[in-house]
Design a protein around this ligand. Structure first.
Ligand code: 13P
Length: 258
């Protein structure tokens, strides 16, 4: 059955290994009930170290897992990196790429990010590509210009990738940098503009590909009702609020109401 809405929990590096496993095991039944009762797609993205364990924990359930990054290389002398092939082998079906925190702290550029996207598609893993403008660009009204730039390589890559014909939905998460972790969210007008533009853009990229367009940045139980109303929105990418199961549950319940 087609899912109502997507909720991706990006646990970032907030929890240590034990805390991540504890959260997944102590709320195991609740995650499963939540996904079933709301007919939602729930994807948990823990840190690399616990990803395999947590994927195993939820193996026979509707709860999916995703990595927070991957290498743009196939394999070889790339100390510290993790290949898309390995993610596929442990059974994880999603991977966040181009997150603004990886762009900033790991100095990732557009070429590397699109290399990661190609690796993921080749390994049948859905990329969750993060895009968004910074505060300055936002003030100058340059959001769409920035998004256009960030999606340019995606368009080229998808039209050249033979494997894209297989069923691999691509997720695009609009995450304005000035909203992440600040408690500030964009106005309705801004979001309507961005999501209408993103919707039309993705419709024109490649007819054979299913795109989902998500919002991320300070999503919480208080602003879910407001955000949920944005036309063309398919789901949320949630950081801090996904660490507290009760808060996450509220977001999923509110967000999945039609
Ligand atoms: P917050 O929800 O903590 O603002 O983080 C958003 C985010 O970066 C999700 O990827």
């Amino acid at each position: 059955m087609k899912k109502n809405f997507t909720f991706i929990a990006n646990w970032k590096m907030y929890l240590n290994f034990n805390e991540e496993i504890d959260l997944a095991t102590s709320e195991y039944d609740n995650y499963i009930k939540l996904a079933k009762n709301t007919n939602s797609e729930i994807i948990i993205c823990p840190s690399f170290l616990s990803l395999s364990n947590i994927t195993q924990i939820f193996k026979t359930t509707e709860i999916e897992t995703g990595a927070q990054n991957c290498s743009e290389h196939l394999k070889g002398s790339f100390t510290s990196q993790v290949s898309a092939e390995s993610l596929n082998l442990i059974g994880s079906k999603f991977c966040i790429i181009g997150h603004s925190e990886s762009r900033k702290y790991l100095h990732e550029n557009e070429n590397q990010i699109i290399g990661k996207l190609d690796m993921l598609i080749d390994n049948k893993i859905s990329p969750i590509l993060c895009i968004g403008e910074n505060q300055e660009e936002h003030k100058k009204n340059e959001t769409l210009k920035k998004l256009e730039l960030q999606l340019k390589k995606l368009e080229e890559s998808i039209s050249n990738n033979a494997n894209i014909r297989e069923y691999i939905p691509i997720y695009i998460a609009y995450e304005p940098l000035w909203s992440i972790g600040t408690g500030n969210i964009p106005t309705q007008q801004h979001l309507e503009n961005v999501f209408t533009w993103l919707f039309e853009k993705t419709q024109n990229i490649n007819n054979n590909v299913e795109f989902k367009i998500l919002y991320g940045g300070s999503v919480n139980a208080e602003n879910t009702n407001f955000l949920k109303k944005i036309k063309h929105l398919d789901g949320f990418l949630i950081g801090k609020s996904s660490l507290d199961f009760q808060e996450f549950e509220k977001i999923v319940r509110l967000g999945s109401l039609s």
